[in-house]
Design a protein around this ligand. Structure first.
Ligand SMILES: C[S@@+](CC[C@H](N)C(=O)[O-])C[C@H]1O[C@@H](n2cnc3c(N)ncnc32)[C@H](O)[C@@H]1O
Length: 511
């Protein structure tokens, strides 16, 4: 019963705009966070269908339970895997079973579909997170890809070799393949669950969406180098960087959120990472000229974003999308981080990534950054990757459920110009930045949004993520900017407005 009561309470609070699903679930301290998260997300996804069933059966009137409790119960009872409780709520659902099942059947007949999923709008069906393959990154700090493959074969999985086409990743049952793009990634069928698997528990494999493996892979820091991960927690990309560096060199990793950093520390320990130096610190306040950072050559910047690429959070996202002010505030923060990162004196390569599908947080941020930092250029990453940044930013990579069978993602690889590339650029008539200029928000607009986000050039950012994370959840779920962050941005805006009003009043008074 606790599961349904908690899930209903979270839906209630989401409606009251008290926070994002992810934050509320994590902060609920419920013992099975994964189960709670799945139930809330699924109920939210089927929300309109559930409302229709509940209204047509007059369930609320007959049972006197509240709408959100009815939704979570009906979801698990007729659409999900069955009720996970006994007691009065089970009795209540059993009493109304035939009515509920008949209502669902009528909807399917009316829409001429045979399965529940087909009742969802096409865009939701298409990018269903649970239809994405299960990607497994082999942690080369602890094992090799060959040994992992052998282990899985001995464990009853059947290895089909290396994939050559995207369609080869659409697997069934216990078959698996080696990925066609990333050498340390294995691909299993969508429903494969490794959370209890020995290799996962021992840190030999990391459960990470393939798109989220792109940033470290593209940055490709050499062993022995000095690398900085600016917004690092919960750290799957940090551990990937460490694996690429073979644990040799130094890996500075920052995050504002202490709880997330604590989780990260456990994850890194499990993954056998030893070259890291973690700091619970605002990256925007890290001094690029500090002596300890003088040799930083590589930066991975994966800042908080709208999370619009994460298929399970799309419903929440659509409300953010409607609020273009919030999106602009996020973009201003991202640009601020990017500009700050490019100030490290010996930086050679930087990867900027988001799990957002919005141009505002992706190509537009890169465009504005390149315009403000002429000594850096975009370089093409992973030419064989099928989905590219929006023209003219085709050097960048995009990812999506439909084109790459992953969550939505964006990755840009920037490199410092050499004398040669500068000459080349000067000789070029057009450059992506020039072509994109209409895309770039005007200087004033950018400034306004940065002010709104209180992350303007004074570096006095208030941008904090208040949620904690659960290490059992895949990294994809950890990337979204939380409602708290958005609230802080909103709060900053309100505070600024209040300050302005005060100023205006006092100016008016002195006149
Ligand atoms: C997208 S998540 C990072 C995911 C991480 N790269 C990974 O792969 O596991 C963004 C992170 O940025 C952190 N963050 C937000 N603002 C920050 C700032 N100013 N300085 C450092 N970290 C920040 C958040 O706490 C959050 O953990």
């Amino acid at each position: 019963m606790a599961l349904y009561a908690k899930a209903a309470e979270i839906l209630e609070r989401v409606e009251a705009k008290q926070g994002a699903i992810k934050t509320l679930v994590f902060d609920s301290k419920f013992k099975n966070i994964k189960q709670l998260f799945a139930l809330v997300c699924e109920t939210q996804k089927y929300s309109t269908i559930l409302e229709e069933i509940i209204e047509s059966t007059k369930l609320i009137k007959k049972t006197k339970i509240k709408m959100n409790l009815a939704k979570v119960l009906v979801y698990d009872f007729v659409i999900g895997k069955g009720l996970k409780c006994g007691g009065p709520w089970k009795a209540l659902m059993l009493k109304h079973r035939s009515r509920l099942e008949a209502a669902l059947a009528r909807m399917k007949i009316k829409k001429n579909v045979s399965c529940n999923q087909a009742l969802l709008p096409p865009n939701i069906q298409q990018s269903e997170g649970d239809l994405l393959p299960r990607y497994v990154r082999v942690n080369t700090l602890k094992t090799t890809v060959e040994d992992a493959i052998d282990y899985f074969k001995r464990d009853g999985f059947s290895y089909l070799g290396k994939a050559y086409r995207l369609d080869d990743l659409k697997l069934k049952g216990k078959s698996f393949v080696a990925d066609l793009h990333l050498p340390d990634v294995l691909v299993f069928s969508a429903k494969t669950d490794f959370h209890d698997h020995y290799l996962y528990k021992a840190g030999h494999i990391i459960l990470q969406d393939k798109a989220s493996c792109l940033p470290a892979y593209l940055l490709n820091p050499s062993a022995g180098s000095v690398v900085l991960d600016a917004c690092a927690a919960p750290g799957n990309k940090t551990s990937h960087l460490a694996a690429i560096m073979k644990n040799k060199g130094r890996l500075f990793a920052f995050d504002l959120d202490a709880k997330r950093l604590a989780t990260m520390s456990t994850l890194l320990l499990r993954a056998g990472v030893t070259c890291q130096q973690l700091a619970n610190q605002d990256f925007l306040k890290v001094d690029p000229d500090g002596s300890q950072y003088k040799d930083v050559e590589y930066i991975l910047l994966d800042p908080s974003c709208s999370g619009s690429g994460m298929v399970c959070l799309r419903d929440e996202e659509s409300s953010l999308q409607k609020d273009s002010g919030r999106l602009k505030a996020l973009a201003a923060f991202q640009l601020h981080c990017l500009n700050h990162a490019l100030r490290f004196p010996r930086l050679q390569r930087l990867v900027y990534s988001t799990c957002s599908i919005h141009t505002e947080e992706n190509e537009q941020v890169v465009a504005a950054c390149l315009q403000q930092n002429r000594s850096f250029r975009l370089v093409p990453g992973l030419q064989q990757w099928p989905e590219r940044g929006l023209p003219p930013f085709t050097q960048c990579l995009r990812a999506s459920a439909t084109k790459t069978l992953t969550h939505g993602f964006f990755v840009a690889l920037l490199e410092r110009h050499t004398a040669e590339t500068l000459k080349e650029q000067a000789a070029q008539i057009s450059s992506p930045v020039a072509e994109m200029s209409s895309f770039i928000p005007s200087a004033n607009e950018g400034k306004q949004e940065a002010d709104d986000a209180n992350v303007s050039e004074n570096g006095d950012g208030e941008f904090q993520e208040a949620s904690s994370t659960n290490m059992e959840l895949d990294v994809a779920l950890d990337a979204k900017a939380t409602e708290e962050e958005i609230k802080i941005l909103g709060g900053a805006k309100k505070k600024r407005k209040r300050r302005k009003k005060k100023r205006d009043v006092s100016t008016a008074e002195t006149r």
